[in-house]
Design a protein around this ligand. Structure first.
Ligand SMILES: [Cu+2]
Length: 167
């Protein structure tokens, strides 16, 4: 979990920046303001909603909301899909022994940023610059609707969205 702690500290800086960016960002769920395209993505029933299957490369802002009906923390990690892998492969990778807690499983991927620790009812924004390729959003948190924090990683129960970035 040491890596996770460091990751969270880095994320805190990103969150502060995101808060500033939100002040100048568009209220639209998707629109072009300057050269940054923004997307409204929300988590509900352990799924990501609102992220297209394909986007163009360049600066993007993702406004990530947690819209669960119970108290829980989600995150939105942006990572590269290893060549030839599918969304189901990613889900399976989060089920293998030794991956409990998320850290070990999570670090096997190339990361391109994240929006961390989004509680129910919150929206936090992140800015990303993704080269063309295949990426995914995933959540390695382990909270449960019952309020415990030792459930399966959310990725392992399907909280993943694969998308393509085109030139
Ligand atoms: Cu989650």
């Amino acid at each position: 979990m040491g890596n996770r702690a460091a990751s969270r500290r880095r994320a805190a800086g990103a969150v502060a920046l995101a808060a500033v960016l939100m002040l100048v960002g568009s209220a639209c769920s998707k629109g072009r303001g300057g050269s940054v395209t923004s997307y409204g993505v929300f988590a509900q029933k352990f799924r990501y909603n609102g992220m297209p299957a394909s986007i163009k490369t360049g600066n993007i802002q993702i406004n990530f909301s947690n819209r669960e009906s119970f108290s829980i923390v989600h995150e939105m990690i942006v990572a590269q899909v290893p060549s030839g892998k599918t969304a189901q492969d990613l889900i399976e990778s989060a089920k293998v022994a030794g991956c409990e807690g998320g850290g070990d499983c999570e670090s096997q991927y190339l990361h391109f940023g994240e929006v961390d620790d989004v509680s129910t009812g919150a929206t936090i924004s992140g800015v990303f610059d993704l080269p063309p390729g295949q990426y995914f959003l995933a959540c390695w948190q382990q909270g449960t609707p019952e309020g415990t924090d030792n459930g399966p990683t959310h990725l392992s129960i399907g909280m993943v969205h694969v998308f393509t970035v085109t030139p």
